[in-house]
Design a protein around this ligand. Structure first.
Ligand code: FES
Length: 326
């Protein structure tokens, strides 16, 4: 279950990393150490926009911690300005400045890194952010790692200075414009059963990796991904069912084409949410009976099988009824 503890931090540094990505350095107000975190972790940033309805005046956005995972002096985040987003990244780019104080969650990790023997990191664009500390850990532990960093153009790549000190033969930079599209089939055909592939990046990249992973099942390599956008399964809202609010006994019908989250919010039942795409974990809700049809990209296979929690922004039901712990 998500830990909702919040801490207050100050923006100690702000740097434009390329025309669309801004980097923020966060510290505590009194200089005390920040909580520990592990590679793959992210924090939820609370943005008090002071606009919109009460419910929407506070935007919650999730950003990977991309700095040194052994350092508790500061946290680093990198935020891509999303032109077609819902306003959170625009707000940060336009309003957040050095010295501002913001509330953030303690780190959460839905993209944990294990010290496998051989590792292939595939980062697409801003997806480099959770990968950077993973590379740091892999290198610290002397693991056999490789990175393929994909971008539309090489000039848009960020944090290249972090690679100085690493064996450059482990790193391949691929700009579509300069180098052509990376042949993922060819790249993954080099992986054997001891290889763990970790990837974060745009939906087409992650969809392609999942497809190739299914096709190359016999090769035995593992794939762990982190999504920033909804998967195809999350976008499918077919089928209808009922949910029962455990505390009141109220039964609410979830019609085809509507999510549990939006239906309950329309009825005045507030559930904390952020991405609404099944990728952040904010709307995690307890399930007391019934079987959820998990469509999120957050829960592990084991957590899905337990059926104790579900992401109500995208997940649906295999049973006619779900009783939710609300
Ligand atoms: S709001 Fe992000 S997973 Fe549901």
């Amino acid at each position: 279950m998500a830990n909702n503890k919040q801490i207050t931090v100050k923006v100690a540094g702000r740097k434009q990393l390329n025309e669309d990505i801004v980097g923020l350095t966060l510290v505590t107000l009194d200089g005390s150490p920040l909580p520990d975190w592990k590679p793959g972790a992210h924090v939820e940033v609370q943005l008090n926009t002071g606009s919109g309805t009460d419910q929407d005046a506070v935007m919650l956005r999730h950003y990977s911690l991309c700095g040194d995972y052994t350092c508790t002096d500061n946290w680093e985040l990198a935020i891509l300005r999303e032109q077609k987003g819902r306003g959170g990244s625009q707000y940060i780019h336009e309003k957040i400045k050095e010295g501002d104080v913001v509330q953030v969650s303690i780190p959460r990790n839905h993209f944990p890194f294990k010290s496998d023997k051989k590792i292939l990191f595939i980062a697409g664009g801003i997806g480099i952010t959770p990968i950077l500390p993973m590379i740091q850990q892999a290198n610290n532990e002397g693991l056999d790692w490789r990175l393929v960093y994909l971008s539309r153009e090489r000039g848009r790549m960020v944090y290249l200075d972090r690679f100085t000190g690493y064996d450059s033969s482990r790193i391949r930079l691929n700009g579509d414009v300069e180098d052509g599209y990376c042949d993922l089939n060819e790249l993954l055909s080099t992986c054997d059963s001891e290889t763990a592939v970790y990837s974060c990046g745009p939906k087409p990249l992650l969809d392609a990796l999942e497809k190739i992973h299914a096709e190359q099942k016999d090769a035995g390599w593992s794939l762990t991904i982190e999504r920033f956008a909804a998967s195809d399964a999350a976008l499918d809202q077919s089928g209808s069912f009922d949910v029962v609010i455990n505390s009141t006994g109220e039964r609410i019908h979830i019609a085809e084409g509507h999510s549990i989250l939006e239906t309950l919010r329309d009825k005045g039942i507030r559930i904390k949410c952020s991405c609404r795409d099944g990728v952040c974990g904010t709307c995690e809700t307890g399930v007391l009976s019934g079987i959820p049809d998990h469509r999120d990209s957050v829960l592990s296979e084991e957590e899905r099988a337990d059926n104790n929690y579900m992401m109500v922004c995208v997940s649906r039901a295999f049973t006619d009824e779900l009783v939710l712990d609300l």
